[in-house]
Design a protein around this ligand. Structure first.
Ligand SMILES: Cc1cc2nc3c(=O)[nH]c(=O)nc-3n(C[C@H](O)[C@H](O)[C@H](O)COP(=O)(O)O)c2cc1C
Length: 440
Protein backbone atom coordinates (compact mmCIF):
# COMPACT_ATOMS: atom_id res chain seq x y z
CA UNK A 1 0.00 0.00 0.00
CA UNK A 2 1.31 3.44 -0.88
CA UNK A 3 1.12 5.83 2.02
CA UNK A 4 -0.41 9.01 0.68
CA UNK A 5 -1.42 11.72 3.10
CA UNK A 6 -4.21 14.09 2.24
CA UNK A 7 -1.87 17.03 2.86
CA UNK A 8 1.59 17.60 1.57
CA UNK A 9 3.51 17.98 4.84
CA UNK A 10 6.22 20.61 4.86
CA UNK A 11 9.29 20.75 7.08
CA UNK A 12 12.24 23.12 6.67
CA UNK A 13 15.64 21.57 7.25
CA UNK A 14 18.55 23.68 8.44
CA UNK A 15 21.70 23.54 10.54
CA UNK A 16 22.76 25.99 13.22
CA UNK A 17 25.58 26.86 10.85
CA UNK A 18 26.29 29.13 7.86
CA UNK A 19 24.93 26.68 5.25
CA UNK A 20 22.50 23.81 4.93
CA UNK A 21 23.39 21.87 1.76
CA UNK A 22 24.69 24.44 -0.72
CA UNK A 23 28.42 24.94 -0.29
CA UNK A 24 29.37 28.62 -0.17
CA UNK A 25 25.77 29.81 -0.20
CA UNK A 26 27.01 32.06 2.63
CA UNK A 27 29.02 33.96 -0.01
CA UNK A 28 25.93 34.72 -2.13
CA UNK A 29 25.07 38.42 -2.24
CA UNK A 30 21.49 37.66 -1.15
CA UNK A 31 22.51 35.50 1.81
CA UNK A 32 21.48 36.83 5.22
CA UNK A 33 22.18 33.62 7.08
CA UNK A 34 25.91 34.01 7.70
CA UNK A 35 25.35 37.08 9.87
CA UNK A 36 21.82 36.18 10.92
CA UNK A 37 22.63 32.82 12.40
CA UNK A 38 24.30 34.44 15.41
CA UNK A 39 21.16 36.37 16.26
CA UNK A 40 18.04 35.11 18.08
CA UNK A 41 15.96 37.71 16.21
CA UNK A 42 16.93 36.21 12.85
CA UNK A 43 15.78 32.78 13.96
CA UNK A 44 12.51 33.89 15.53
CA UNK A 45 11.62 35.73 12.31
CA UNK A 46 12.26 32.52 10.39
CA UNK A 47 10.06 30.55 12.82
CA UNK A 48 7.21 33.03 12.32
CA UNK A 49 7.59 32.85 8.54
CA UNK A 50 7.33 29.05 8.60
CA UNK A 51 4.30 29.16 10.87
CA UNK A 52 2.65 31.59 8.42
CA UNK A 53 3.26 28.92 5.76
CA UNK A 54 1.62 26.27 7.98
CA UNK A 55 4.77 24.14 8.03
CA UNK A 56 4.62 21.10 10.31
CA UNK A 57 8.04 21.96 11.70
CA UNK A 58 11.48 23.39 11.37
CA UNK A 59 14.11 20.68 11.67
CA UNK A 60 17.64 21.26 12.96
CA UNK A 61 20.11 18.72 11.67
CA UNK A 62 23.35 18.51 13.59
CA UNK A 63 26.76 16.93 13.31
CA UNK A 64 28.60 18.20 16.35
CA UNK A 65 32.20 18.13 15.08
CA UNK A 66 34.11 19.51 12.10
CA UNK A 67 34.92 16.64 9.78
CA UNK A 68 38.58 15.80 9.22
CA UNK A 69 37.96 12.88 6.92
CA UNK A 70 39.13 14.75 3.79
CA UNK A 71 42.97 14.85 3.63
CA UNK A 72 42.99 13.89 7.32
CA UNK A 73 42.42 17.44 8.55
CA UNK A 74 39.69 20.06 8.96
CA UNK A 75 41.35 22.68 6.71
CA UNK A 76 38.87 22.44 3.82
CA UNK A 77 35.75 22.62 6.05
CA UNK A 78 37.25 25.66 7.81
CA UNK A 79 38.41 27.36 4.61
CA UNK A 80 35.08 27.05 2.79
CA UNK A 81 32.62 26.82 5.67
CA UNK A 82 31.39 23.34 4.76
CA UNK A 83 30.51 21.48 7.94
CA UNK A 84 32.28 24.15 9.98
CA UNK A 85 31.34 25.94 12.17
CA UNK A 86 28.65 23.73 13.61
CA UNK A 87 26.81 25.31 16.53
CA UNK A 88 24.57 23.53 19.00
CA UNK A 89 20.95 23.66 17.82
CA UNK A 90 19.46 22.87 21.23
CA UNK A 91 19.25 26.48 22.50
CA UNK A 92 17.44 27.45 19.30
CA UNK A 93 14.66 24.96 19.97
CA UNK A 94 13.37 26.93 22.93
CA UNK A 95 13.53 30.27 21.16
CA UNK A 96 11.82 28.99 17.97
CA UNK A 97 9.04 27.50 20.08
CA UNK A 98 8.63 30.63 22.17
CA UNK A 99 8.25 32.79 19.03
CA UNK A 100 5.40 30.64 17.70
CA UNK A 101 2.26 28.87 18.85
CA UNK A 102 1.87 25.94 16.48
CA UNK A 103 5.11 25.32 14.61
CA UNK A 104 6.79 22.05 15.54
CA UNK A 105 10.53 22.02 16.21
CA UNK A 106 12.59 18.96 15.35
CA UNK A 107 16.09 18.70 16.73
CA UNK A 108 18.92 16.25 16.32
CA UNK A 109 20.57 14.79 19.39
CA UNK A 110 23.03 11.97 19.03
CA UNK A 111 23.05 8.99 21.35
CA UNK A 112 26.76 9.69 21.84
CA UNK A 113 27.95 11.89 24.64
CA UNK A 114 24.63 12.28 26.42
CA UNK A 115 23.34 9.47 28.66
CA UNK A 116 19.75 8.51 27.83
CA UNK A 117 18.48 9.75 31.18
CA UNK A 118 19.72 13.28 30.43
CA UNK A 119 18.51 13.19 26.82
CA UNK A 120 15.01 12.11 27.87
CA UNK A 121 14.96 14.88 30.47
CA UNK A 122 16.14 17.57 28.03
CA UNK A 123 13.82 16.64 25.19
CA UNK A 124 10.89 16.26 27.56
CA UNK A 125 11.55 19.62 29.20
CA UNK A 126 11.40 21.25 25.75
CA UNK A 127 8.21 19.37 24.95
CA UNK A 128 6.75 20.58 28.25
CA UNK A 129 7.70 24.21 27.62
CA UNK A 130 6.49 24.21 24.01
CA UNK A 131 3.23 22.50 24.90
CA UNK A 132 3.94 19.44 22.84
CA UNK A 133 5.72 20.65 19.74
CA UNK A 134 9.04 18.82 19.92
CA UNK A 135 10.44 16.14 17.64
CA UNK A 136 13.73 14.37 18.22
CA UNK A 137 15.86 13.15 15.34
CA UNK A 138 17.67 10.26 16.99
CA UNK A 139 21.05 9.74 15.34
CA UNK A 140 23.83 7.32 16.11
CA UNK A 141 26.74 9.50 14.98
CA UNK A 142 28.22 8.38 11.66
CA UNK A 143 31.25 10.72 11.68
CA UNK A 144 34.54 9.63 13.17
CA UNK A 145 35.41 13.19 14.24
CA UNK A 146 32.46 13.55 16.57
CA UNK A 147 33.43 10.37 18.43
CA UNK A 148 37.06 11.39 18.70
CA UNK A 149 35.98 14.80 20.00
CA UNK A 150 34.50 13.21 23.11
CA UNK A 151 37.20 10.60 23.62
CA UNK A 152 35.41 7.69 21.94
CA UNK A 153 35.86 5.76 18.73
CA UNK A 154 33.26 5.16 16.02
CA UNK A 155 31.54 1.88 16.79
CA UNK A 156 30.51 -0.61 14.12
CA UNK A 157 27.59 0.41 11.94
CA UNK A 158 24.97 -2.09 13.08
CA UNK A 159 26.08 -2.03 16.70
CA UNK A 160 25.29 1.70 16.81
CA UNK A 161 21.66 0.83 16.10
CA UNK A 162 21.69 -1.89 18.80
CA UNK A 163 22.83 0.79 21.22
CA UNK A 164 20.18 3.18 19.96
CA UNK A 165 17.46 0.56 20.55
CA UNK A 166 18.51 0.31 24.19
CA UNK A 167 18.89 4.07 24.46
CA UNK A 168 15.29 4.60 23.43
CA UNK A 169 14.06 1.81 25.70
CA UNK A 170 15.46 3.82 28.62
CA UNK A 171 13.82 7.02 27.35
CA UNK A 172 10.44 5.30 26.85
CA UNK A 173 10.61 3.84 30.37
CA UNK A 174 11.23 7.31 31.81
CA UNK A 175 8.50 8.95 29.74
CA UNK A 176 5.99 6.21 30.52
CA UNK A 177 6.69 6.06 34.25
CA UNK A 178 3.64 8.12 35.23
CA UNK A 179 0.12 6.88 35.52
CA UNK A 180 -2.74 9.25 34.73
CA UNK A 181 -3.48 11.53 37.62
CA UNK A 182 -0.10 11.01 39.25
CA UNK A 183 0.60 14.73 39.11
CA UNK A 184 -1.99 16.28 41.41
CA UNK A 185 -0.91 19.92 41.77
CA UNK A 186 -3.38 20.00 44.67
CA UNK A 187 -2.89 23.39 46.36
CA UNK A 188 -5.51 22.76 49.05
CA UNK A 189 -4.05 19.44 50.19
CA UNK A 190 -0.48 20.63 49.56
CA UNK A 191 0.32 17.60 47.42
CA UNK A 192 2.13 17.95 44.12
CA UNK A 193 2.63 14.35 43.02
CA UNK A 194 1.47 10.91 44.11
CA UNK A 195 4.64 8.87 44.72
CA UNK A 196 2.77 5.56 44.49
CA UNK A 197 1.82 6.39 40.87
CA UNK A 198 5.26 7.31 39.53
CA UNK A 199 7.46 4.29 38.81
CA UNK A 200 11.18 4.04 39.41
CA UNK A 201 12.99 2.99 36.25
CA UNK A 202 15.51 0.26 36.86
CA UNK A 203 17.11 -0.57 33.52
CA UNK A 204 20.17 -2.66 33.08
CA UNK A 205 21.09 -3.40 29.48
CA UNK A 206 24.18 -4.37 27.53
CA UNK A 207 25.10 -0.73 26.84
CA UNK A 208 23.10 1.46 29.22
CA UNK A 209 22.00 1.50 32.82
CA UNK A 210 19.51 3.77 34.49
CA UNK A 211 18.12 3.73 38.00
CA UNK A 212 15.93 6.76 38.62
CA UNK A 213 12.48 8.16 39.07
CA UNK A 214 11.88 10.64 36.25
CA UNK A 215 12.64 14.14 37.49
CA UNK A 216 10.37 15.94 35.06
CA UNK A 217 6.63 16.40 34.76
CA UNK A 218 5.09 14.43 31.89
CA UNK A 219 5.03 16.55 28.74
CA UNK A 220 1.97 17.04 26.51
CA UNK A 221 3.09 14.49 23.93
CA UNK A 222 4.35 12.20 26.75
CA UNK A 223 6.73 10.63 24.25
CA UNK A 224 7.96 13.49 22.05
CA UNK A 225 7.82 12.68 18.31
CA UNK A 226 10.74 10.54 17.16
CA UNK A 227 12.25 11.18 13.74
CA UNK A 228 14.85 8.93 12.20
CA UNK A 229 16.93 9.01 9.05
CA UNK A 230 18.87 5.77 8.77
CA UNK A 231 18.35 4.16 5.40
CA UNK A 232 20.59 1.09 5.45
CA UNK A 233 18.90 -2.25 6.14
CA UNK A 234 19.59 -2.00 9.88
CA UNK A 235 18.79 1.72 9.83
CA UNK A 236 15.40 1.02 8.30
CA UNK A 237 14.66 -1.65 10.91
CA UNK A 238 15.42 0.91 13.60
CA UNK A 239 13.36 3.59 11.86
CA UNK A 240 10.24 1.49 11.46
CA UNK A 241 10.51 0.39 15.07
CA UNK A 242 10.73 3.86 16.55
CA UNK A 243 10.06 6.73 14.14
CA UNK A 244 6.78 8.54 13.60
CA UNK A 245 8.24 10.06 10.46
CA UNK A 246 11.32 9.11 8.50
CA UNK A 247 13.70 11.58 6.83
CA UNK A 248 15.15 10.31 3.58
CA UNK A 249 17.47 11.62 0.91
CA UNK A 250 17.01 9.97 -2.46
CA UNK A 251 18.31 11.79 -5.53
CA UNK A 252 15.42 11.24 -7.95
CA UNK A 253 11.91 9.89 -8.21
CA UNK A 254 12.94 6.34 -9.13
CA UNK A 255 15.18 6.18 -6.06
CA UNK A 256 12.41 7.67 -3.89
CA UNK A 257 9.97 4.99 -5.03
CA UNK A 258 12.58 2.27 -4.47
CA UNK A 259 13.24 3.57 -0.97
CA UNK A 260 9.55 3.69 -0.15
CA UNK A 261 9.08 0.14 -1.35
CA UNK A 262 11.91 -1.13 0.87
CA UNK A 263 10.67 0.81 3.89
CA UNK A 264 7.14 -0.50 3.39
CA UNK A 265 8.49 -4.06 3.39
CA UNK A 266 10.45 -3.34 6.59
CA UNK A 267 7.32 -1.82 8.20
CA UNK A 268 5.24 -4.80 7.18
CA UNK A 269 7.81 -7.24 8.58
CA UNK A 270 7.76 -5.33 11.87
CA UNK A 271 3.96 -5.42 11.94
CA UNK A 272 3.76 -1.63 11.59
CA UNK A 273 1.84 0.72 9.31
CA UNK A 274 3.78 2.15 6.33
CA UNK A 275 6.09 4.87 7.62
CA UNK A 276 5.54 8.54 6.84
CA UNK A 277 8.44 9.62 4.67
CA UNK A 278 9.63 13.19 4.44
CA UNK A 279 11.88 13.30 1.39
CA UNK A 280 14.68 15.84 1.33
CA UNK A 281 14.13 18.39 -1.45
CA UNK A 282 16.45 21.23 -2.39
CA UNK A 283 14.96 24.30 -4.00
CA UNK A 284 16.17 27.34 -5.90
CA UNK A 285 13.39 29.86 -6.39
CA UNK A 286 13.23 33.04 -8.46
CA UNK A 287 10.45 35.39 -9.44
CA UNK A 288 10.57 33.75 -12.89
CA UNK A 289 11.88 30.41 -14.13
CA UNK A 290 14.69 32.20 -15.92
CA UNK A 291 15.75 34.09 -12.83
CA UNK A 292 15.82 30.85 -10.82
CA UNK A 293 17.98 29.12 -13.49
CA UNK A 294 20.40 32.05 -13.37
CA UNK A 295 20.50 31.88 -9.58
CA UNK A 296 21.33 28.19 -9.80
CA UNK A 297 24.14 28.83 -12.29
CA UNK A 298 25.67 31.41 -9.94
CA UNK A 299 25.46 29.00 -7.01
CA UNK A 300 26.99 26.15 -9.03
CA UNK A 301 29.85 28.28 -10.31
CA UNK A 302 30.89 29.21 -6.79
CA UNK A 303 31.48 25.70 -5.42
CA UNK A 304 35.15 24.61 -5.41
CA UNK A 305 35.39 20.88 -6.11
CA UNK A 306 37.48 20.51 -2.92
CA UNK A 307 34.61 21.85 -0.82
CA UNK A 308 32.23 19.32 -2.36
CA UNK A 309 34.68 16.44 -1.98
CA UNK A 310 35.28 17.33 1.64
CA UNK A 311 31.53 17.50 2.22
CA UNK A 312 30.94 14.02 0.82
CA UNK A 313 33.92 12.41 2.59
CA UNK A 314 32.41 12.59 6.08
CA UNK A 315 29.08 10.81 5.58
CA UNK A 316 30.66 8.27 3.24
CA UNK A 317 33.56 7.59 5.60
CA UNK A 318 36.12 7.98 2.77
CA UNK A 319 38.95 10.36 1.95
CA UNK A 320 37.87 11.54 -1.50
CA UNK A 321 41.22 13.31 -2.02
CA UNK A 322 42.78 9.87 -2.55
CA UNK A 323 40.40 8.79 -5.30
CA UNK A 324 40.35 9.26 -9.08
CA UNK A 325 37.82 11.97 -9.84
CA UNK A 326 37.01 10.56 -13.25
CA UNK A 327 36.08 7.09 -12.08
CA UNK A 328 32.83 6.05 -10.42
CA UNK A 329 32.92 5.68 -6.67
CA UNK A 330 33.21 2.06 -5.65
CA UNK A 331 30.45 1.15 -3.24
CA UNK A 332 31.89 -0.08 0.03
CA UNK A 333 30.39 -1.33 3.24
CA UNK A 334 31.22 1.86 5.11
CA UNK A 335 30.84 2.21 8.87
CA UNK A 336 29.61 5.76 8.25
CA UNK A 337 26.36 6.28 6.30
CA UNK A 338 25.47 3.27 4.19
CA UNK A 339 22.22 4.91 3.22
CA UNK A 340 24.06 7.94 1.83
CA UNK A 341 26.49 5.71 -0.09
CA UNK A 342 23.55 3.91 -1.67
CA UNK A 343 21.63 7.13 -2.43
CA UNK A 344 24.60 8.90 -4.05
CA UNK A 345 25.27 5.92 -6.26
CA UNK A 346 21.83 6.56 -7.80
CA UNK A 347 22.73 10.06 -9.02
CA UNK A 348 22.53 10.05 -12.82
CA UNK A 349 25.84 10.25 -14.64
CA UNK A 350 26.30 12.56 -17.61
CA UNK A 351 26.31 9.58 -19.99
CA UNK A 352 23.08 7.62 -20.04
CA UNK A 353 23.28 4.17 -18.47
CA UNK A 354 26.72 4.84 -16.94
CA UNK A 355 27.28 5.42 -13.23
CA UNK A 356 28.36 8.94 -12.23
CA UNK A 357 32.05 9.67 -11.83
CA UNK A 358 33.24 10.99 -8.49
CA UNK A 359 33.56 14.45 -10.07
CA UNK A 360 29.95 14.35 -11.28
CA UNK A 361 28.78 13.21 -7.84
CA UNK A 362 30.75 15.96 -6.14
CA UNK A 363 29.46 18.66 -8.49
CA UNK A 364 25.92 17.65 -7.73
CA UNK A 365 26.49 17.18 -4.03
CA UNK A 366 28.24 20.53 -3.64
CA UNK A 367 25.06 22.39 -4.50
CA UNK A 368 22.30 20.02 -3.39
CA UNK A 369 23.86 17.77 -0.75
CA UNK A 370 22.61 14.86 -2.88
CA UNK A 371 18.97 15.93 -2.54
CA UNK A 372 16.72 16.06 -5.60
CA UNK A 373 16.23 19.63 -6.71
CA UNK A 374 13.39 21.81 -7.94
CA UNK A 375 14.25 25.05 -9.70
CA UNK A 376 11.94 27.73 -11.03
CA UNK A 377 9.43 30.48 -10.41
CA UNK A 378 6.65 29.80 -7.87
CA UNK A 379 4.28 28.02 -10.28
CA UNK A 380 6.97 25.70 -11.61
CA UNK A 381 8.21 24.85 -8.10
CA UNK A 382 4.62 24.07 -7.04
CA UNK A 383 4.09 21.85 -10.13
CA UNK A 384 7.27 19.89 -9.54
CA UNK A 385 6.52 19.40 -5.86
CA UNK A 386 3.00 18.22 -6.55
CA UNK A 387 4.24 15.74 -9.11
CA UNK A 388 6.98 14.40 -6.82
CA UNK A 389 4.58 14.14 -3.90
CA UNK A 390 1.96 12.27 -5.90
CA UNK A 391 4.35 9.91 -7.62
CA UNK A 392 6.76 9.09 -4.82
CA UNK A 393 4.02 7.97 -2.43
CA UNK A 394 5.71 10.25 0.05
CA UNK A 395 4.17 12.09 2.89
CA UNK A 396 5.83 15.41 2.38
CA UNK A 397 9.13 17.21 2.08
CA UNK A 398 12.04 18.15 4.23
CA UNK A 399 12.92 21.30 2.31
CA UNK A 400 16.38 22.76 1.99
CA UNK A 401 16.57 26.34 0.72
CA UNK A 402 19.65 27.18 -1.35
CA UNK A 403 19.89 30.75 -0.04
CA UNK A 404 18.48 31.87 3.31
CA UNK A 405 16.38 33.56 4.46
CA UNK A 406 15.24 35.11 1.16
CA UNK A 407 14.29 31.85 -0.57
CA UNK A 408 12.36 30.63 2.48
CA UNK A 409 10.41 33.89 2.54
CA UNK A 410 9.74 33.73 -1.21
CA UNK A 411 8.59 30.13 -0.84
CA UNK A 412 6.10 30.98 1.91
CA UNK A 413 4.94 34.13 0.14
CA UNK A 414 4.48 32.67 -3.33
CA UNK A 415 4.59 28.84 -3.45
CA UNK A 416 2.57 27.95 -0.35
CA UNK A 417 -0.53 29.94 -1.53
CA UNK A 418 -0.45 28.06 -4.86
CA UNK A 419 -0.30 24.69 -3.08
CA UNK A 420 -3.06 25.83 -0.70
CA UNK A 421 -5.24 26.87 -3.63
CA UNK A 422 -4.76 23.39 -5.06
CA UNK A 423 -5.98 22.03 -1.71
CA UNK A 424 -2.83 20.10 -0.89
CA UNK A 425 -1.23 22.25 1.80
CA UNK A 426 -3.22 23.15 4.90
CA UNK A 427 -4.46 26.73 5.26
CA UNK A 428 -4.46 26.55 9.05
CA UNK A 429 -3.35 24.20 11.78
CA UNK A 430 -6.08 21.87 13.03
CA UNK A 431 -4.25 20.75 16.16
CA UNK A 432 -1.68 22.01 18.61
CA UNK A 433 1.09 19.45 18.91
CA UNK A 434 3.68 18.30 16.40
CA UNK A 435 2.05 14.87 16.48
CA UNK A 436 -1.30 16.51 15.59
CA UNK A 437 0.34 18.20 12.58
CA UNK A 438 1.93 14.98 11.35
CA UNK A 439 -1.38 13.15 11.69
CA UNK A 440 -3.56 15.77 10.01
C1 LIG B 1 17.46 13.93 5.86
C2 LIG B 1 18.54 13.35 6.72
C3 LIG B 1 18.95 14.08 7.82
C4 LIG B 1 19.96 13.60 8.63
N1 LIG B 1 20.37 14.33 9.68
C5 LIG B 1 21.40 13.92 10.42
C6 LIG B 1 21.89 14.74 11.46
O1 LIG B 1 21.39 15.82 11.70
N2 LIG B 1 22.94 14.28 12.16
C7 LIG B 1 23.53 13.08 11.92
O2 LIG B 1 24.48 12.72 12.61
N3 LIG B 1 23.08 12.28 10.93
C8 LIG B 1 22.06 12.69 10.18
N4 LIG B 1 21.63 11.90 9.16
C9 LIG B 1 22.26 10.59 8.97
C10 LIG B 1 21.43 9.44 9.47
O3 LIG B 1 20.83 9.70 10.69
C11 LIG B 1 22.22 8.14 9.61
O4 LIG B 1 23.06 8.19 10.73
C12 LIG B 1 23.10 7.86 8.48
O5 LIG B 1 22.39 7.95 7.28
C13 LIG B 1 23.72 6.47 8.65
O6 LIG B 1 22.77 5.50 8.76
P1 LIG B 1 22.50 4.42 7.62
O7 LIG B 1 23.82 3.80 7.31
O8 LIG B 1 21.53 3.49 8.27
O9 LIG B 1 21.90 5.16 6.45
C14 LIG B 1 20.60 12.36 8.34
C15 LIG B 1 20.18 11.63 7.22
C16 LIG B 1 19.16 12.10 6.43
C17 LIG B 1 18.73 11.29 5.26
Amino acid sequence: MNYMSKNMHLVLMTFHAPITHTALSWADKEDGHLNGFSDFKYWTKMAKTLEKGCFDAIFFADTPAASDQFKGNADTPIKYGVGWPTHDPMPLVAIMASATEKLGVGVTLSINGTPPYLAARRISTLDYLSQGRIGWNVVTGHMQAEHRAIGNTLTKHDERYDRADEYLEVCYALWDAYSKGSVLKDKTAGILGDPSEIKRVDYSGKFYQCNAVPAILPSPQVRPVIFQAGSSGRGMQFAVQHAEAVFAIQPNIAAMCGFKKKLDIASNEAGKKPAKILFGLHFVIGSTDEEAENRLKQLESRVPIEAALSRMSAPLGIDASKLDLDKPLEKANTDASRGMMEALSKIEGKEKGKPPTLRQMANRLGVTGGLPQVVGGPEKIADQMEELWKNSGGFGFNLSAAVKPSMIEEFVEHVVPILQKRGIVRTDYSGNTLRDHLNS
